[in-house]
Ligand binder design. Structure first.
Ligand code: ADP
Length: 494
């Protein structure tokens, strides 16, 4: 007897390229596409943000004009849209509420984010239930959707909502969704009961509910985005207060390395590049370097750097404490002395960090060597990956990190701090340059080693590029690991 294809519903707040704020969007997109290619029936539920780029979504239509949900005892009507993005089935939730949760011209960063996303998460599960959809697996991502696991166990399991398991993927332990008990009470849960330290009570702020902790306790399986990070968060402060909860749940916690989408990140077909080049296995390194040279010149011209054969080093990143802004600043300051050009593409949601980089930008305004771009620009990012010789990633902690993987796919050598997913993917003098201490001295030393390798040992430098492009960073391997967990849950008797 043939078994039905695996039916997986992802509930997420980002999906590249239509709603992307960072790596989460890339990860959900790449994983879901690969799962669909492998024969899964994949649906992705997202908020219908006003800032979403729907130009690539086909067959967009209203599936349910009025889905009723409740907030604070008040009836809210939601319009549910469906559409297709490549091989993915999208479901978009548009609440018709005076609070206009998803009409803020932004994905995150609003004072009521906990209200916005818990409302979304519970509406998503209500939609599945009301349409009698019974996916085998619900796959949640990060704190904004973690409440689905609590809702399912406390409410929907009793309502004949037949699913085989819930997976919560945690992409960053720093963000946990701490909020008042009223946030969950207004959706019909007992907020005061859930404040209990053995329930969703926050371990650091006893008056707060911790949404991520709810997901950790109630989901059937947990994944984090790299094996090293999986160890770090159980045993060190990288668990941001939830170490003991993660340790207690270790039997259901797994580290699976993220991949990147090899169609979206493909220097052979990338429309943002001036000169496409192949990084396929066996592609001659000379033609790769020739292609990169043309793109490097384009980056230098576009960003007003002097045309030069000096190595071009980039950082493409959110400018948050996690990403080591002081070490990025140090690398910029050292560029003239150590003899490289530096391009930064980054944005910050922290006013202090933003101000620091604005000042740095002013300082280097007329520099021939440094270009500081404080904006979010997807197509410029693609060109910078293609034109740069190296990518600098000095993270304090890094759950997985995608920019080193994208960099390697584009022949750009990572210079990275050995933490989390960076430690799993960048090996010193094999496919990159690494350093350990989170200090300016360690950065200087790593940059000096990189520059010396580039100039004095070109064959070694080529071998770093070659090793980076030869490793398969696509989603195919990691998607199999997720499939394994789906299969186990599907076969587990309920
Ligand atoms: P994060 O912690 O932000 O998720 P990742 O390394 O996992 O970090 O993913 C970052 C993603 O966001 C990559 O696709 C990177 O190219 C992209 N990115 C970061 N900052 C910018 C920017 N300013 N402009 C364009 N893309 C950016």
């Amino acid at each position: 007897m043939q078994t039905a294809p695996m039916h997986v519903v992802h509930i997420a707040t980002e999906l590249a390229p239509i709603a992307k704020a960072g790596g989460l969007g890339d990860a959900v997109y790449g994983l879901c596409k690969q799962l669909a290619k492998s024969g899964c029936h994949v649906e992705v539920i997202l908020p219908k943000y006003d800032c979403m780029d729907l130009s690539k979504v086909e067959n967009l239509k209203v599936d349910v004009p009025h889905l009723a949900t409740y907030e604070d005892g008040k009836h809210i009507s939601n319009k549910i849209w469906t559409g297709n993005l490549e091989n993915l089935n999208l479901i978009l939730i548009e609440p018709d509420s005076p609070l206009k949760y998803f009409q803020r011209n932004t994905i995150y960063g609003e004072a009521d984010d906990a209200d916005r996303f818990t409302f979304f998460a519970t509406t998503a599960i209500e939609y599945l239930h009301s349409r009698s959809k019974h996916p085998h697996i619900l796959h949640l991502h990060d704190w904004p959707t973690a409440l689905c696991a609590v809702f399912h166990k406390q409410v929907y399991e009793q309502l004949d909502f037949d699913i085989r398991g819930i997976i919560l993927s945690i992409h960053n332990m720093e963000h946990q969704g701490r909020c008042g008990a009223e946030v969950v009470s207004r959706l019909g849960l007992n907020g005061l009961d859930l404040l209990d330290p053995d329930e969703m009570g926050d371990p650091i702020y006893p008056d707060a509910i911790n949404l991520l902790k709810g997901g950790i306790l109630y989901a059937d399986r947990l994944t984090v985005v790299s094996p090293t990070y999986c160890e770090e968060i159980k045993h060190t402060e990288k668990g941001f207060g939830l170490q003991s909860d993660l340790l207690a749940e270790r039997e259901k916690l797994f580290g699976i390395l993220n991949g990147i989408d090899y169609e979206y990140w493909n220097p052979e077909t990338d429309p943002a590049l001036i000169a496409p080049f192949s990084t396929r296995k066996g592609a001659p390194i000379d033609s790769l370097r020739a292609g990169k040279k043309v793109n490097k010149k384009a980056v230098q011209e576009r960003l007003h750097l002097t045309p030069s054969d000096k190595p071009l080093i980039c950082t493409i990143s959110r400018l948050a404490e996690q990403k080591g802004p002081e070490l990025i600043e140090h690398a910029i300051e050292k560029s003239a002395q150590l003899g490289y050009q530096f391009v930064l593409l980054g944005t910050s949601s922290s006013p202090e960090i933003q101000a620091r980089f604005e000042a740095l930008k002013k300082k280097f305004d007329n520099s021939d060597n440094v270009s500081i771009n404080l904006s979010y620009d997807e197509s410029l990012a693609h060109l910078i990956y293609a034109g740069s010789d190296a990518i600098f990633i000095p993270s304090l902690f890094e759950p997985c990190g995608l920019t080193q993987l994208i960099g390697m796919r584009y022949g750009c050598v990572p210079i990275a701090r050995r933490t989390g997913g960076l430690a799993d993917t960048v090996i010193d003098y094999k496919n990159g340059i690494t350093f350990d201490p989170f200090t300016t001295d360690a950065v200087t030393n790593a940059l000096e080693r990189a520059i010396s390798c580039y100039h004095d040992h070109p064959n070694k430098w080529n071998s770093l590029i070659d090793a980076g492009i030869s490793i398969d960073w696509s989603w195919s391997r990691s998607a199999d690991d997720y499939m394994h967990h789906y299969d186990v849950l599907r076969r587990t008797p309920v």
